[in-house]
Structure formats: C-alpha cells, structure tokens
Design a protein around this ligand. Structure first.
Ligand SMILES: [Zn+2]
Length: 84
C-alpha cells in the first residue's frame, strides 16, 4: 500500500485510478480518491476516460469490477451531475 499525503493532489489521484478501477485500492485510499474526485472535474473526466478505455480494450470490463466499485462510480457521477 502506498502512503500518500493528504489531501490528494491530482497527480496522486491519477496514480490511484487504475487500482481504483481494478478494485484493488484500499478502502482508505478509495475514500480519499473519491473525495478528490467529488471536487475535481478533471480527475472525474480522467476516471471516466480510463474506465471507457479498459472497457473497450476488454481487459477489465465493468462486469469484472467489484460491485461496490461500480456503485461508487455510479454514485460519484450521479453526484457530479446533480451539482451541475
Ligand atoms: Zn484532480
């Protein structure tokens, strides 16, 4: 597990995204990443792009992600839309 300074900066957040999408991120780091994403449009867009990319490549499809990760993303994007 990586020890990262808090709060996350974008560079740290981006490093966590692949693990986040793989569902291998620790619960603590996942919360920190989600907190960053809730406040950062750029990283939200990045997550969406990476997720679309891995889905298209067939390496990691949404069906391979743990349910709570998918649920977290859905909540995240729902929250993002409601804020705009
Ligand atoms: Zn960011």
């Amino acid at each position: 597990m990586k020890l990262l300074p808090s709060p996350l900066v974008c560079r740290d957040a981006v490093e966590l995204v692949s693990d986040y999408l793989d569902g291998t991120l620790s619960r603590r780091d996942r919360r920190r990443l989600e907190k960053h994403l809730a406040a950062c449009d750029a990283c939200q867009a990045y997550v969406e792009q990476v997720r679309a990319t891995v889905a298209a490549s067939g390496r990691v499809g949404p069906e391979d992600l743990p349910g709570d990760v998918v649920e977290g993303l859905v909540n995240l994007f729902r929250q993002y839309r409601s804020d705009n």
